[in-house]
Design a protein around this ligand. Structure first.
Ligand SMILES: C[S@@+](CC[C@H](N)C(=O)[O-])C[C@H]1O[C@@H](n2cnc3c(N)ncnc32)[C@H](O)[C@@H]1O
Length: 208
């Protein structure tokens, strides 16, 4: 599938290492540019995922982990849907610095391609929005998301459609389902970044 360029930046598919990705977002955060671009491009990932979660999660006092939280756009949406406890982690210190005060319970710089320093069965929900894309976080992170989520908890994520098959996400999800680690609740092509003709799979899975 042809790769889509998003604006005048280095195309995402040219990024190769986590170091390059971190610098890319640190740079993009300057002058609030990431947030401004997302607003202007009508990026709908945070709203679509939060809305989907809210349809299947009535208890608003649950513990949520926002993996790859960036500047906190998912936290802002979760709050609108009534959720009030979320921790966040991201590789970009500069984006983390832009998360609004008092929105997240705890924030940390973290490389999600490595083991996550959290106990097993700790969160009720793991959200991961916009972070499964070129050179970002790899499919094996789903194993960690399952590990840190409580039984009968939920994981909700987007996967850029251009990497869904080629980067092993489809097969990883199928293997987790086959091995009865997760159960599909919803999987659909979301709008995500429709203004830039970039779509993503949106998945909501129950952890078994
Ligand atoms: C498109 S942004 C999405 C941010 C946020 N979830 C949102 O919806 O606005 C992708 C995020 O993934 C983060 N990221 C990329 N690679 C990462 C890694 N290895 N570990 C943790 N975060 C990473 C970036 O820093 C960036 O904040």
């Amino acid at each position: 599938m042809a790769q889509k360029d998003i604006g005048n930046k280095t195309p995402l598919h040219e990024l190769k290492t986590t170091e390059q990705v971190m610098k890319y977002y640190d740079e993009w955060s300057k002058n609030n540019k990431y947030n401004k671009d997302m607003f202007e491009w009508e990026y709908s990932g945070p709203k679509e995922t939060s809305e989907t979660l809210s349809k299947y999660q009535n208890n608003k006092d649950i513990k949520i982990y926002d993996a790859g939280c960036g500047s906190g756009l998912v936290g802002i949406e979760l709050k609108k849907y009534g959720f009030n406890y979320f921790d966040g982690g991201d590789i970009s210190k500069e984006l983390l610095n832009q998360v609004p005060d008092n929105l997240y319970n705890k924030l940390e710089q973290i490389d999600l391609n490595k083991k996550i320093d959290k106990e097993d069965n700790f969160y009720d929900v793991v959200m991961c929005v916009g972070t499964f894309t070129f050179a970002h976080v790899k499919a094996h992170a789903l194993d960690e998301f399952v590990r840190i989520t409580k039984k009968n908890g939920l994981i909700c994520f987007t996967i850029n459609e251009a990497i869904y098959i080629n980067y092993g996400f489809k097969s990883k999800i199928e293997s987790l389902v086959d091995n009865k680690k997760i159960k599909e609740i919803k999987l659909f092509k979301s709008n995500y970044l429709a203004s830039k003709d970039v779509n993503a799979w949106l998945g909501l899975y129950k952890v078994l």
